[in-house]
Design a protein around this ligand. Structure first.
Ligand code: PAF
Length: 275
């Protein structure tokens, strides 16, 4: 496995490859990332993993500075499954101030976009840059970041980018908490409470499965349940899987998404419900 820090070296190395599978990450890798890289490996292509904490997608009061940077440990986890790790410094990715951005559709201002203005714009901009640099045939993203994945799919379709986007299933701890680099910010007490986010989504999913169709009432009930347990809830929202619009009552491919804070830690999760 080769670790590359510069764009010039990456381009020179990838010129030898005809077929690339790409997993973009911000590092601090956990089993969810490793599963994506293994899924990439199965494509029989050269596997490139990027590790880059992208300043453009963090708001001024967010955790850019404290986001865990663990390159050495990450590389150990990737030995045997990745061929190339691309880990550029901020000045390598943004040698001049980035003044061109992707302009995003309205869906990027809803759900997580409500509380994190500019987040998806910064995310989409770096993903476009990374896809241009790596030029993969396939790129893999986790479904835990469901809205991110949908925005990337739409961007790739609308800009005719020659890459297939694949969504990897969310990997969970034994108690159902979705794995996330941010879970390590949780205190012991918060970590015990954290699986309630997924359990609440599962209850909404079960109600949908029983034929309940009052979407707003289900959302309100779920938010109330979490708030009573001490969560600061941003949203629980039932959406169409495709496009993430608000569903009609007869929609069968639904996803329940949520974002909520436990103390200072913001957690997101989602559950696909196919009726
Ligand atoms: O999901 C992530 O880790 C990041 O948002 C991504 C896609 C690597 C872009 O920085």
């Amino acid at each position: 496995m080769q670790v590359i820090h510069s764009v010039a070296e990456l381009r020179a190395r990838l010129a030898q490859e005809r077929s690339i599978a790409f997993v973009p990450t911000m590092g601090n890798l956990h089993a969810g990332h490793v599963a994506l890289v293994e899924q990439a490996r199965q494509q029989g292509k050269c596997v490139v993993v990027s590790i880059f904490v992208n300043p453009l997608q963090f708001g001024p009061n967010e955790d850019f500075d404290k986001y865990p940077r663990t390159l050495e440990a990450d590389c150990e986890k990737l030995q045997g499954s990745a061929d190339i790790v691309f880990a550029p410094a901020v000045a390598e990715m943004y040698p001049e101030q980035q003044s061109f951005y992707i302009e995003l559709p309205p869906i990027a201002s809803e759900l997580c976009g409500m509380q994190r203005p500019g987040h998806f714009r910064g995310m989409a901009t770096v993903v476009l840059k990374l896809l241009n640099l790596v030029q993969p045939q396939v790129a893999l993203f986790g479904k835990k970041d469901y809205q991110q994945l949908e925005i990337i799919r739409q961007m790739v379709t609308q800009f005719n980018l020659p890459v297939s986007i694949v969504g990897g299933e969310t990997v969970r701890a034994i108690d159902s908490l979705a794995l996330s680099s941010r879970n390590q910010y949780l205190s012991d007490e918060e970590r015990t409470e954290a699986p309630q986010l997924h359990l609440t989504l599962a209850q909404v999913g079960a109600s949908l499965g029983r034929g309940v169709r009052g979407f707003s009432a289900l959302e309100d009930e779920a938010m109330e349940m979490l708030a009573k347990r001490g969560w600061q809830v941003e949203y629980v929202s039932i959406r169409c899987q495709q496009g993430l619009g608000k569903p009609k009552v007869n929609e069968r491919q639904l996803v329940v998404l949520a974002a909520a804070r436990l103390g200072v830690t913001r957690l997101i999760d989602n559950l696909e419900v196919c009726l």
